[in-house]
Design a binder for this molecule. Structure first.
Ligand code: FAD
Length: 351
């Protein structure tokens, strides 16, 4: 069976690998270099997702298991999956109460959350953090992971090539009408909205959910943290070569097409010394702005496109968390074997 996979971000790469392994004759066409995609710059927190939807929670739990399967199958020279957990805390009574509510929600779902004192965090986990202004406990989510998209992508694409996939970078698909294949799998991120007009993705700046996002990569620091840190106002992820990736939700809310991205990146960086004093000399190495491929209801779109024979689409936020699993699911479904976890995420739910 000839399958065209459109896109070589995390979703397309993982799907291409699993399809090629399953015996499909796979061609991947990608407009951008893999290292220029959103996936390569993403914050890369891989976690259970509590959107108060049990099917989505189950999908994300299985996705964490799929991360392990992928890491075992594609053990490259550089590690991309880190099983260090994630820390969250509040700075005042309101943010502490919000963190407690989130932690309680996860506990109700049976997902482990530990409560630590600042002293315990500094002694056992992150000696470089400044935790004088913490209100309430520090919440530690030990099963959360982080994924380095820019390490994962080349490794998974190389393995897909070795399994027989023809990966063509720099080739944009203008229209699905011209495609000659038995099946087409659209994994084009935001580009899916152009390939499939009417796909229910939120437009940039939509008020319902955060779409635009800024990710800031720093120069190397002397003592990076070991894990993802969600401090109030600043999220930090360790990156390759002792660099950090920074993300600020509140700054994302201010982003428009005409934002001064360099100034916003400096604002994110200015928050760093308060959380990680040892990183005070870090500089901005790269600021990357993107629009999340955010389905209208916030949950993944996975499945056949109604009325388009042989066309299948995956469009999702949390794509670094979900890619290894969605790749497995897509390979099964495109080859004609429905996957039970994907059933609630079909496009027909928007009809
Ligand atoms: C600020 C921010 C923080 C985030 N944090 C997290 C997080 O912590 N954890 C998490 O799991 N997710 C996170 N995400 C979401 C995650 O990054 C995305 O869900 C994921 O990267 C989407 O992967 P993708 O493969 O679908 O798309 P992309 O990585 O965008 O790749 C799309 C591919 O399609 C190609 N393409 C597009 N159009 C065409 C065309 N017409 N023809 C050929 N090729 C085409 C592109 O060249 C590219 O190769 C975050 C996103 C943002 C913006």
């Amino acid at each position: 069976m000839k399958v065209l996979v459109i896109g070589a971000g995390a979703i397309g790469a993982c799907a291409a690998l699993r399809l090629a392994e399953a015996g499909a004759q796979v061609t991947v066409m990608s407009r951008d270099e893999p290292l220029d995609t959103l996936s390569a710059h993403s914050f890369g927190w891989a976690n259970a997702i509590d959107e108060k939807n049990s099917a989505y929670f189950e999908l994300s739990i299985e996705a964490l298991a799929a991360q392990e399967r992928l890491a075992a199958d594609v053990a490259g020279p550089r590690q991309w999956l880190f099983r260090q957990g994630n820390l969250h805390w509040g700075r005042d009574s309101a943010s502490a109460a919000a963190q407690r509510a989130i932690a309680d929600g996860y506990r109700e779902l049976g997902y482990p959350v530990e409560e630590l004192t600042p002293e315990e965090v500094i002694r056992d986990l992150e000696p470089g953090l400044a935790l004088e202004n913490v209100t309430g406990p520090v919440y530690f989510y030990p099963r959360d992971m982080h994924v380095l998209g820019d390490v994962l992508l080349p490794a998974v694409l190389d393995r897909a090539r070795a399994a027989g996939a023809d990966v063509r970078i720099g080739e944009q698909v203008e229209s699905l009408d011209a495609v000659r294949a038995d099946a087409v799998l659209c994994c084009a991120g935001r580009g899916n909205a152009t390939l499939l007009p009417g796909l229910p993705l939120l437009p940039p700046g939509a008020p319902e959910r955060l779409t635009r996002g800024l990710l800031v990569r720093t120069t190397p620091v002397s003592a990076p943290p070991n894990r993802i840190i969600h401090a109030p106002g600043l999220s930090i992820r360790p990156h390759t070569g002792n660099r950090l990736v920074l993300h600020c939700h509140d700054l994302d809310h201010t982003l428009t097409e005409s934002s001064d991205v360099a100034a916003l990146a400096e604002m994110a960086l200015a928050r760093l010394p308060e959380v990680l004093p040892g990183a005070a000399d870090a500089e901005v190495e790269k600021a990357f702005v993107s629009v999340r491929p955010m389905p209208r209801d916030g949950m993944s779109i996975v499945g056949a496109v109604p009325g388009r024979n042989g066309v299948y689409v995956i469009a999702t936020h949390s794509g670094l968390t979900l890619a290894p699993l969605l790749g497995e699911i897509a390979a099964r479904e495109v080859l004609g074997d429905p996957h039970p976890l994907a059933e609630p995420f079909q496009l027909t739910r928007f009809a």
